[in-house]
Design a protein around this ligand. Structure first.
Ligand SMILES: N[C@@H](CCC(=O)N[C@@H](CS)C(=O)NCC(=O)O)C(=O)O
Length: 210
C-alpha cells in the first residue's frame, strides 16, 4: 500500500474534504501541517512540489497530487471501496454537480487569498468582507438545498464526494454565522455525517495542534 502523506492545514476546508475521504476509506496517512497563517504554502520548498501554493496536497509514494477533488478521485480509483464517486453515468453526474456547487462556485470566492485581496487591495472593512463571505455561501446553499435528494446523505444511503464537500462548507458557514434556517436538508445531512467517526476525526477541532 502506498505511503500517503497529506499536506494540509487544520482549518482549510479543502483539506477537511480530503481528510474525510481518507477516513471513509479507512486509510492510514501522515499529516504535515502547512501553516497558512505563517504563509508556509508559499515557501520555495512547498512551491517546488505544488506550483499553486495551496493546501491540500497528497503525496502518494513520493508523487504529489493537488486539488481536493482530484485527490478524492485518485483515492476512489486507487482504493475503490467504499465508493465516493458513483460509477454509473447519471448518479456520477449528480454527485459531481453537488460537489462542484461547493468546490467550484462557493469556496473559491471565499478563499483566503480572495479575502486578503478584498481587504488589503480593495480596502473592504471586516464587516463588508464578512457580508461577501456569507452571501456566496447562502446563494450556493440555496441551490444545493434544492439539489439534495431524499437520502440520509447527499450521496444517498452512504456518504460520498458531495458530503465530503458539504460538511467543511457548513463548518465555514457556522464560523461566519450564516443563517442556516433556510437549509433544513443540508443541516440534517451535515448532522448525519457528523455522527460518523470518519467525519469527526477529520474535523478541524480534532486535528488542531495542541
Ligand atoms: N480548488 C482547490 C482549492 C484549495 C484552496 O483554496 N486551499 C486554500 C485553503 S482552503 C489555500 O491553500 N489557500 C492558501 C492561500 O490562499 O494562500 C482545492 O480544491 O484543493
Amino acid at each position: 500500500m502506498a505511503l500517503l502523506v497529506l499536506h494540509d492545514y487544520f482549518r482549510s476546508s479543502a483539506s477537511f474534504r480530503v481528510r474525510i475521504a481518507l477516513n471513509l476509506k479507512g486509510l492510514d496517512y501522515e499529516r504535515v501541517e502547512v501553516s497558512l497563517i505563517a504563509g508556509e504554502q508559499k515557501s520555495d520548498a512547498y512551491l517546488a512540489q505544488n506550483a499553486q501554493g495551496f493546501v491540500p496536497m497528497l503525496v502518494a509514494d513520493g508523487e504529489a497530487i493537488i486539488q481536493s477533488l482530484a485527490i478524492i478521485d485518485w483515492l476512489d480509483r486507487a482504493h475503490p471501496e467504499p465508493r465516493l464517486i458513483p460509477d454509473a453515468p447519471m448518479p456520477r453526474a449528480v454527485a459531481l454537480a453537488q460537489a462542484h456547487v461547493v468546490a467550484c462556485d462557493i469556496h473559491p470566492l471565499n478563499n483566503l487569498r480572495v479575502l486578503k485581496y478584498l481587504k488589503r487591495d480593495l480596502g473592504l472593512n471586516e464587516q463588508t468582507k464578512d457580508h461577501w463571505y456569507r452571501h456566496w455561501i447562502s446563494e450556493g446553499f440555496e441551490a444545493l438545498e434544492a439539489m439534495a435528494g431524499e437520502g440520509r446523505y447527499l450521496g444517498g444511503d452512504m456518504p460520498g464526494i458531495a458530503d465530503c464537500c458539504l460538511v467543511p462548507q457548513m463548518y465555514n458557514a457556522r464560523r461566519f454565522e450564516v443563517q442556516l434556517d433556510a437549509f433544513p436538508r443540508l443541516v440534517a445531512i451535515d448532522a448525519a455525517c457528523m455522527a460518523l467517526e470518519a467525519f469527526q476525526k477529520a474535523h478541524p477541532d480534532a486535528v488542531k495542534r495542541a
